[in-house]
Design a protein around this ligand. Sequence first.
Ligand SMILES: NC(=O)c1ccc[n+]([C@@H]2O[C@H](COP(=O)([O-])OP(=O)(O)OC[C@H]3O[C@@H](n4cnc5c(N)ncnc54)[C@H](O)[C@@H]3O)[C@@H](O)[C@H]2O)c1
Ligand SMILES: CCCCC[C@H](O)/C=C/C=C\C/C=C\C/C=C\CCCC(=O)O
Length: 270
Amino acid sequence: MDLKDKVCVVTGAAQGLGRSFVEILLKNGSKVALIDVNKSLGNELKSTLDQEYGRDRTEFYLADVTSEEDFKGVLEKIVKTFGRIDILCNNAGIINEKHWEKTIAINLGGVVRGTYLALEHMKKENGGNGGVIVNVSSMAGLGPLPMAPIYTATKHGVVGFSRAMAAVSKLANYGVRINILCPWFVKTSLLSSMSSEEHIGSFFPLKGIAETMMQNRGCLEADVVAKAFLVLVKDESKNGDVLMIDPDEAVFVSFPERAKDFSTTPVSLE
Ligand SMILES: NC(=O)c1ccc[n+]([C@@H]2O[C@H](COP(=O)([O-])OP(=O)(O)OC[C@H]3O[C@@H](n4cnc5c(N)ncnc54)[C@H](O)[C@@H]3O)[C@@H](O)[C@H]2O)c1
Ligand SMILES: CCCCC[C@H](O)/C=C/C=C\C/C=C\C/C=C\CCCC(=O)O
């Protein structure tokens, strides 16, 4: 996919991984709609990007991905302003094991909402141009993080939902690819919040497990993860694919075709 003049939408765009996704899309010639619930950071980034890329390459939209009204309204504004949506990155996410309903609402609910709402504008049966949706999971979407069971559940949910929706899109000829990004620990404010009892709650005593993982294998920079994101956007052969990236490598994850093809151990029910 050539990114020149493509219209992209990134949620959680104001900082961290979302900001890096915005910047790599702009560097590749796209226009980007930034969605975030943090008004000050969003406006600050818009001003910075205006200086570097010009005022017409980006717009900032204040919206909460847990709000159907917010998210639906903002996507309609984006289509009205830019004419289309070619690329969506559902990136907004938090870690909060205390207020776990909020974590589920943002990390999984926000991804579901963004996928469904964007497909209404993107799918060819609606007169859309097709495109690609990248949903941001985590390596916690592939394996359990003991200090963050709810976060782990939401990220596993993003993988399962996105792989299923990729199959729907293929079967229904939406013309929209849906892929999943699973990064290792990345140096962002979300990762810093892991060090506060406020975010991890009763699992706080287990935070040393994550610290040991980072001591042993390091931490990623957001701009490196953005390169992996770009692979999922540009490679038109990828749909329903899961790209895992850690400090050593970036690899596509293979899932067995059938549940039975997982490594299994027979059990007698006699
Ligand atoms: N940092 C890591 O170690 C890591 C690793 C793997 C995956 N991830 C995932 O990457 C994504 C981005 O995380 P990050 O590390 O860049 O975090 P971050 O905290 O730096 O940025 C997240 C952004 O999302 C925004 N946001 C939060 N709730 C929102 C809502 N309801 N509506 C709109 N915007 C909202 C925040 O304001 C913030 O700007 C998340 O989905 C996270 O789970 C992070
Ligand atoms: C409290 C965590 C805050 C950041 C979470 C973020 O999404 C990063 C997660 C990165 C990696 C850990 C996830 C899962 C570990 C379990 C299994 C993966 C295999 C571990 C390994 O490869 O060594």
